[in-house]
Write a protein that binds this ligand. Sequence first.
Ligand code: NAD
Ligand code: DAU
Length: 355
Amino acid sequence: MIFVTGGAGFIGSNFVLDWLAQSDEAVLNYDKLTYAGNLQNLASLQGDARHVFVRGDICDQAQVLALFRQHQPRAVVHFAAESHVDRSIHGPGEFIQTNINGTFSLLEAARAYWSELADGEKAAFRFLHVSTDEVYGTLGPDDAPFSETTPYAPNSPYSASKAASDHLVRSYHHTYGFPTLTTNCSNNYGPYHFPEKLIPLIIANAQAGKPLPIYGDGQQVRDWLFVSDHCTAIRRVLAEGRLGETYNVGGWNEKANLDVVHTLCDMLDTLKPKAGGGSYRDQITYVKDRPGHDRRYAIDARKLERELGWKPAETFETGIRKTVQWYLDNPQWVADVQSGAYANWVETNYNNREQ
Ligand code: NAD
Ligand code: DAU
């Protein structure tokens, strides 16, 4: 079996669903169920013996080690993290705790378990750390995309905490020969994306008749990747990645935020026209920029293509259509995640923000 951390979050739950759709190898899904973790994402696996869910914190080294010994995974795929840049600006503490201390704790448990394995199992064991392109900092308009050798220059508490975790993972390979793999991916989008992030937030706010908040001038560029393509990339790296290596994952889909929002508005205008007429674009509102906002991300994913034959299957146009349709088909999922603590976050981030 494989041991997945954070498998109730956005990418983690897509990964678990994809994994079990393609393989009968069981998954132990270890997740703290923070505000971002949602077992409804995994409802289709209810009663499926291949999926074992355990609620827990990656900082709990003793519990993690006990689970490793009990379930004998052949690999760890580590998604668990605090993942929202704006939240890291309002409160960095949890990011340091989970992303740095939690990854350290998980590495220690995994290394202890790995050191007890017999030679064959030891050689086959893998620890795949899921990271982000944000560790590389920000690009100018004419800069080459981030490659695996771009120096780290994180700019937010979130990206700094992910960078620290990447360095820990690297050091465990270098120092202990621990069999690590790291992926650094660009912005994901798709089903089960929590509506604090740009794309699902815009889809939800548009339908609710609320403002569509654009930070600053809206000309910041992100490189978008449909989530199932990220899952495929992780499976490829897990299967055939070279130990100790890092692999950049990206969609070759650089878009300015304002263009993304226009695309979403236009798509919704067609699929779900506004009751009172007009375009959803009328709801666009410019608000004060995110402090330290990175201007441009772009990923050079050629190493992954060259060495492991991975390419994204979706273009932005096909992926975004599937995404909008998924949100239109699943209003209850959105309503459920927006209840409770979500309202507090909206108030913290948007209510007193200058326009
Ligand atoms: P998410 O916030 O949607 O989910 C995170 C999951 O981790 C949640 O289920 C949460 O309950 C769990 N979790 C948080 N703290 C935990 C802890 N201490 N112990 C156990 N579980 C804990 O995040 P996501 O967007 O799915 O991102 C998953 C990973 O991929 C993260 O490591 C993130 O840095 C990375 N990543 C995300 C993107 C993106 O665009 N979303 C892009 C590149 C890399
Ligand atoms: O690049 C990978 C990263 O992508 C991941 O590591 C992070 O976990 C993930 O959250 C994402 O980070 P971003 O900060 O790029 O994503 P977000 O959806 O928060 O914002 C996308 C862009 O949209 C960014 O330039 C900020 C802008 N934005 C965001 C929100 C929430 C707005 O203009 N308005 C908004 O209300």
